[in-house]
Design a protein around this ligand. Structure first.
Ligand SMILES: [Zn+2]
Length: 297
């Protein structure tokens, strides 16, 4: 095994990491993007977690080969603009110990010359769904994950949207229903979509996790109302060809039809969109790592 810079006689491979708030997925792929091996382990403190990822690549790279580039899709907020000094750093996260963590150095120390591309986990998942998933053959779409928190990646004209930072779709303000007196799960905003409709919000409001609430529970009426509002906002601002709703909360199969129905009512068929405009992901838990390989490519 070697971690030296590529030479012409060596086989070369791509590395990919999906760094989530609770788990990390690492993969080694061929230059064409075919996954050779992958692993997952819990996200602990930054030092031991990133070192475990380094060890995965060192142990699993085929003999006499080298890692040429690494794509990382990370939880945020994170520095994703290569022109800024905070590129590759975790920014103001409430996640213990991770603020200021540098995602680049452990890998360039172990693999000198390694080219690293960093983006958010949701942007990576959006890219993945565009390769061979729910957005295949589309050039403009949005991927939203509704789990413990809410995040989203946006692809317009085949380009991931980034600006000053990266989109923070979870913090879009939503009109709160009068009947809903819950104060919100977001420590920053009273009525953002993450605060009102994330898995954490469901748990705090109803005292139970989403997967334990039966389909007839009033939670779903409220949940679908808020997510339909989010889809209406995204449609008005971005005009995507499709909105993909993923994450643990969306695994309750009765939720998607409720959102689709409420979206139609709210938007009054103004946009005349196709029936499969709002759908769930097709790559399941693989969209993020497949997107991270795409970043490496
Ligand atoms: Zn917020």
């Amino acid at each position: 095994m070697s971690s030296k810079v590529t030479t012409q006689n060596k086989n070369t491979y791509l590395g990919a990491i999906e760094a989530g708030g609770t788990k990390i997925i690492c993969a080694i792929a061929t230059p064409q993007g075919e996954i050779l091996t992958q692993t997952r382990f819990p996200t602990c403190d930054p030092e031991s977690t990133l070192q475990e990822a380094v060890h995965f690549f060192q142990k699993n790279l085929p003999l006499d080969s080298s890692l040429t580039s690494l794509g990382i899709g990370t939880f945020g907020p994170a520095g994703v603009n290569p022109a800024l000094p905070n590129y590759g750093e975790i920014l103001a996260t409430p996640k213990q110990g991770w603020q200021g963590a540098n995602l680049i150095k452990p890998f360039t120390n172990a693999f000198p010359g390694l080219k690293i591309t960093i983006d958010t986990d949701v942007n990576a998942a959006a890219l993945g769904e565009g390769i061979n998933g729910a957005a295949k053959d589309l050039d403009s779409y949005v991927y939203i994950t509704i789990g413990t928190g809410i995040g989203g990646g946006v692809v317009i004209n085949n380009q991931i949207i980034k600006g000053h930072l990266h989109p923070e779709i979870g913090h879009i303000s939503i009109h709160q229903e009068k009947s809903d007196t819950y104060t919100g799960a977001c420590p920053f905003h009273a009525n953002c979509i993450e605060g009102l409709a994330s898995g954490e919000a469901i748990f705090q409001r109803w005292g139970q996790k989403a997967e334990n609430l039966p389909p007839e529970h009033p939670a779903w009426e409220l949940q679908s109302t808020y997510l339909a509002s989010l889809c209406q906002t995204l449609t008005a601002v971005l005009s995507p060809q499709r909105i993909i709703l993923g994450g643990g909360v969306m695994q309750q199969s009765h939720l998607l039809p409720l959102i689709q129905q409420k979206f139609l009512t709210k938007s009054a068929n103004y946009w005349q969109l196709p029936p499969d405009y709002i759908i769930t992901p097709k790559l399941g838990t693989q969209s993020g790592i497949i997107g991270a390989i795409q970043l490496a490519m």
